[in-house]
Design a protein around this ligand. Structure first.
Ligand code: CP
Length: 358
């Protein structure tokens, strides 16, 4: 098995993402992630294992007996949540996922409050955190930082796993895991996640969840992807290149209503104006036709679903919230279950959980 200690950072960084997967696996458990850094690490089999484990944890957490068993698994482990960008869902769902499994947690939510403010390097910062904990869950505005820190830690005398909780504009792998879990659950009794059309709408240029989810969907049979956005915010070419390589059918559009009528899932996203180079740049783009409201609800097929990674602004009207096809609140809660599954799997507890009560 490939080891992250046997390759230099420069050689590792230069590898195509899909070929990095073996370097990131748990040395003692084949096909199980150790570091979770990008969507390309997850194939269909691994996604289905994670979904099954999430279902199991979700079910067990309903009873006192199941909860106590889950809490008994990892009381000897500590996780650090290092979030140098704002977050509600990703932070809280990871925190609660840790608590479900009995891990103790600590956090830094603003690098201005760590010794980075005194000039400490990112590497020293992460190595400092790793002195106290057994896992780091990190969100950062810097593309590739989680990957570099994973390499650094694996090559230190205290290797611990890193989970990328959102990096730059490029990847948000655990969000894509919960999106896939939500789609699998939504279509479970309706023919499964195959032969479907998934429409992405909004800021597809800077939304890291779109890049990660678009890739994960390529693991499933005959999923057509439709990208609906103003021209200035259309999906970047690297996402389309992957779809072309994999022979996935896709379309580019600026007509949400037309796309909704043929969609099994509509994945809305907000305008990510925090990435504006000039202040007010996004506000000058006409986004009025890229919002989901009462009219779009009428056009959505009866078994269709609406997803959103959240937070939302006005791209989904409040009047949609009580429609049974609105999955975004459930999607958010699913994040806690799939992150608990991922953490349990990372520490090698998949089998024990799946065998509970058997
Ligand atoms: N979906 C998502 O990443 O939400 P937060 O920014 O609230 O974590």
């Amino acid at each position: 098995m490939a080891k992250l200690t046997e390759i230099s950072w420069n050689d590792f960084e230069a590898l195509p993402l899909e070929t990095k997967k073996p370097y990131l696996e748990n040395p003692g458990l084949s096909d199980t992630p150790y570091h979770t850094l990008f969507a390309q690490q997850f194939d269909r089999h691994l996604l289905e294992r994670l979904a099954a484990l999430s279902n199991r944890i979700r079910f067990m957490a309903k009873s006192k007996e199941g909860s106590l068993y889950l809490k008994s698994l990892l009381p000897h482990k500590r996780a650090m949540l290092y979030f140098s960008q704002p977050s509600s869902r990703t932070f809280l769902s990871h925190l609660n996922a840790c608590q479900i499994l009995g891990l103790t947690t600590s956090s830094v939510r603003d690098s201005a409050t760590s010794s980075e403010a005194k000039g400490e390097s990112k590497t020293d910062t992460i190595r400092t955190f790793s002195s106290y904990v057994d896992m780091i869950i990190m969100r950062t505005p810097e593309k590739g930082l989680a990957e570099q820190m994973a390499w650094e830690l694996s090559n230190s005398d205290r290797p611990i796993p890193i989970i990328n909780a959102g990096s730059g504009k490029d990847q948000h792998p655990t969000q894509a895991l919960l999106d896939i879990y939500t789609l699998l659950r939504s279509f479970e009794t309706k023919g499964g996640l195959r032969n479907r059309t998934v429409t992405f709408c909004g800021d597809l240029l800077r939304g890291r969840t779109v890049r990660s989810l678009s890739y994960l969907l390529t693991n499933f049979e005959n999923i057509r992807q439709v990208f609906v956005a103003p021209p200035q915010l259309q999906v970047p070419e690297d996402v389309l290149e992957i779809l072309k390589e994999k022979g996935v059918s896709y379309a580019i559009s600026d007509n949400l209503r037309e796309a909704v009528t043929v969609s099994d899932a509509v994945y809305m996203t907000r305008i990510q104006d925090e990435w504006d180079k000039d202040k007010g740049e996004s506000a000058r783009i006409d986004t009025s036709r890229f919002k989901f409201g009462a009219e779009e609800l009428k056009l959505l097929p009866k078994d269709g679903v609406i997803l959103h990674p959240l937070p939302r602004r006005d791209e989904i009207a409040i009047c949609c919230d009580h429609d049974p096809r609105a999955m975004y609140w459930r999607q958010m809660r699913n994040g806690m279950w799939i992150r608990a599954a991922l953490i349990a799997m990372t520490f090698g507890f998949e089998k024990q959980i799946m065998c509970f009560g058997a």
